[in-house]
Design a protein. Structure first.
Length: 196
């Protein structure tokens, strides 16, 4: 074991974050140790501390990296001059693509955030609630415009996001459709289910 060897132009920190995402998904944040991480990174555990303070710092960076991406996307979509139903579809496609292409960090952000330390835990929890409220308000706007069926918007958001988190089983599947086919199928079901 020697220096951290990265590929492409990835920084050592980004390389460690990628490996940590994979490890936390596989073992869970609580069960994964710095020794485990050092092993998958290919260095001695002591060498990791040249790049990170502790395991909590990694979870914080993974969770807020994903949260920032979500907040930037919803802000961008909210500002677009398109129908509420089109906004819902764009947000759903964004979530599906995240689960397909950045699966490990999205999974960790969605399932392991409860292990964040304060004040990050409260901050992240607030961001999650606010994000869902913003998503629900897009659905409410669609209901007002009679584009979307009269449903409880918060429940609709909860169901859609939980359906998308189920893409985890697609990753485990031995015989699976392509990521693009998966996306189109989910859109037909979820957006089709909302359309008036």
């Amino acid at each position: 074991m020697g220096r951290i060897k990265t590929i492409d132009n990835t920084s050592r920190k980004d390389f460690i974050l990628k490996k940590a995402s994979s490890l936390f998904r596989e073992k869970g944040f609580k069960s994964a140790s710095m020794r485990d991480l050092a092993e998958v990174v290919g260095v001695e555990a002591a060498s990791l501390y040249n790049h990170i303070k502790n395991k909590n710092e990694l979870l914080h960076e993974i969770c807020f990296k994903v949260a920032n991406r979500y907040n930037e996307k919803i802000e961008q979509i909210e500002a677009e001059d398109i129908s509420p139903l089109d906004k819902v579809e764009k947000l759903l496609r964004f979530h599906i693509q995240g689960m397909v292409q950045q699966f490990e960090e999205v999974y960790v952000s969605d399932r392991e955030w409860k292990y964040l330390s304060e004040p990050y835990l409260s901050n992240f929890h607030t961001q999650r609630k606010n994000y869902r409220k913003r998503f629900a308000s897009i659905i409410d706007a669609g209901i007002q415009k009679k584009e979307i069926k009269r449903v409880d918007a918060s429940t609709a958001v909860l169901i859609m996001l939980h359906a998308i988190s189920g893409i985890e089983s697609w990753h485990r599947s031995k015989q699976k459709i392509s990521g693009k086919e998966l996306e189109e199928n989910i859109i037909v079901i979820l957006v089709g289910g909302l359309k008036k």
